[in-house]
Design a protein around this ligand. Structure first.
Ligand code: 5GP
Length: 200
């Protein structure tokens, strides 16, 4: 059985990452890895769907038991990828998608060099700020903090295999879809294909 891909997607808050990935997960039949977190559940979220929500003690127990592939502390909370969500599914041939921040992505690439890293960026920092303001959910102070955090994250985009600009949603969806389809073809066993052609 051919091992599934490990696709890692990052992007700053407000870049539209969730919207870009929304349809792709279903259309390409990706297996979305549900992370563990100690942050509080937001309205509209569900345990086991958006995250596995837990206490600090529960999270630290998972680390001690070596059940976490990578984890980081972000805005005062733990976030981590569970090994259970990744390896067995990849071994069954499923392509697994992680939606994680930049430090986690760098750690995944170190642990799994075959991971495909995609960074989704806004067309400009000014546009990101405009989108965050339009949401109207945060104060000026929080928006300023989000914007400088976004600038720090965008500087890390260099370490990614692909950078996709989300200016027009349709174009960004097309780009991410093309990347995943091309990676699927590239991961197919070349020698096996050549043998099949020659032996047929
Ligand atoms: P939020 O609280 O908005 O859901 O997520 C905050 C940040 O944590 C986002 O950038 C999200 O991609 C990232 N994140 C979510 N799950 C994980 C994880 O398992 N590991 C790491 N390193 N980051 C994560």
């Amino acid at each position: 059985m051919k091992k599934g891909l490990l696709i890692v997607v990052s992007g700053p808050s407000g870049c539209g990452k969730g919207t870009v990935l929304g349809g792709i997960v279903k259309e390409l039949g990706l297996s979305y890895s549900v992370s563990a977190t100690t942050r509080a559940m937001r309205e509209g979220e569900a345990d086991g769907v958006n995250y596995h929500y837990m206490t600090n003690e529960q999270f630290e127990k998972l680390i001690d038991e070596d059940k976490v592939l990578e984890y980081t502390s972000y805005c005062g909370n733990y976030y981590g990828t569970l090994k259970d969500e990744v390896e067995s599914r990849r071994n069954q041939g499923q392509d697994v998608l992680l939606e994680i921040e930049v430090i986690g992505a760098a750690n995944v690439k170190r642990i799994c060099p075959d991971a495909v890293l995609i960074f989704i960026a806004p067309p400009s920092v000014g546009e990101l700020e405009r989108r965050l303001r339009k949401r109207g959910t945060e104060s000026d102070e929080v928006i300023a903090e989000r914007v400088s955090q976004a600038e720090r994250e965008i500087r890390c985009a260099e370490q990614y295999d692909y950078v996709v600009i989300n200016g027009e949603l349709e174009k960004a969806v097309d780009d991410v879809t093309s990347i995943i389809k091309a990676e699927r073809i590239s991961a197919d066993n070349k020698q096996e294909k050549i043998r099949e052609v020659l032996n047929s």
